[in-house]
Design a protein around this ligand. Structure first.
Ligand SMILES: Nc1ncnc2c1ncn2[C@@H]1O[C@H](COP(=O)(O)OP(=O)(O)OP(=O)(O)O)[C@@H](O)[C@H]1O
Ligand SMILES: [Mg+2]
Length: 255
């Protein structure tokens, strides 16, 4: 005689559900440790959002959530404090953060990293580069505009079907050029993973590792970024020589 709950939840599914639930709980426990929860509650008290709705992405060292409140949807990027090894953080940024923190307190370095992404986002936004509008930053939390449609996040280029590759190529090149010319920054990790496809347009994200244009490595990094995109656009059928794209992306403006 089967038990009632076996009928309601077939045994196999229950096991799978439990596995998923446990995974979810483990991830949330890891992300929302005590100091992070306190920071979240401070943001909530300050009226910046009311609820954490769902997880948009679980990255290597940060998680992104959709949050909501009276002002609508927003994106909350949470840099994880535990088991961060700054894998995503290239040496030039690590050196700066180390200097800023004046020691190697793990927690303070993570906070400085979030702060670095926030100020870079502000600089890009003010320069007119298409990036999510930065809203606020507190310790390891970064609150910004939610890039999405009808409550769902816009996909990165790698997961999107591109309607006008030629137009998109121009947009990506212009965005990078503006970043170089007006914000005096090179993205440093620009790829089809870090550009969202929003209502047919490109929005650049993930600016935690930007580098100033006068840094000795800036040129090399822009060359790498442009090579990624040259390959990507050529695959989409828009023949793109890397050297041409490098120039369009602001390579000719670098010292
Ligand atoms: N403002 C935003 N609005 C909507 N979705 C966003 C926003 N910012 C980030 N995302 C989503 O979250 C994902 C991860 O964001 P981001 O690249 O900034 O974090 P990350 O730590 O570098 O993650 P990863 O390690 O996966 O690269 C993005 O690919 C995108 O899908
Ligand atoms: Mg990323």
């Amino acid at each position: 005689m089967p038990r009632v709950r076996d009928l309601v939840f077939p045994r196999r599914e229950r096991k799978e559900d439990r596995r998923k639930e446990r995974w979810h709980r483990d991830v949330l426990d890891e992300v929302f440790d005590r100091p992070t929860l306190l920071s979240v509650s401070r943001m909530v008290t300050a009226g910046q959002f009311q609820e954490v709705d769902f997880s948009v992405s679980t990255g290597k060292e940060a998680n992104v959530f959709r949050v909501s409140g009276p002002q609508g949807f927003r994106a909350l990027k949470v840099y994880r404090i535990s088991n961060t090894i700054f894998r995503n953080l290239p040496p030039w940024a690590l050196v700066e953060i180390h200097r800023e923190v004046g020691g190697s307190s793990f927690q303070r370095m993570v906070y400085a990293w979030a702060h670095r992404e926030f100020t870079s986002l502000k600089r890009c936004h003010e320069a007119g580069v298409p990036v999510p509008r930065p809203i606020s930053q507190l310790r390891n939390l970064l609150l910004m505009e939610f890039v999405g449609e009808e409550g769902l996040p816009s996909p990165p280029l790698v997961k999107a079907v591109i309607a006008d590759p030629e137009g998109l190529r121009k947009e990506v090149a212009d965005a990078s050029r503006k970043m170089v010319k007006e914000a005096k920054l090179v993205h440093g990790d620009l790829s089809p993973f870090n550009v969202l496809y929003h209502q047919g347009h490109a929005v650049l994200i993930d600016v935690g590792q930007v580098i100033r244009v006068d840094h000795p490595q800036a040129k090399e990094l822009l060359r790498r970024d442009s090579a990624h995109f040259a390959r990507y656009f050529t695959r989409l059928g828009v023949e793109t020589p890397p050297e041409t794209l490098f120039t369009e992306m602001g390579g000719d403006l670098l010292p």
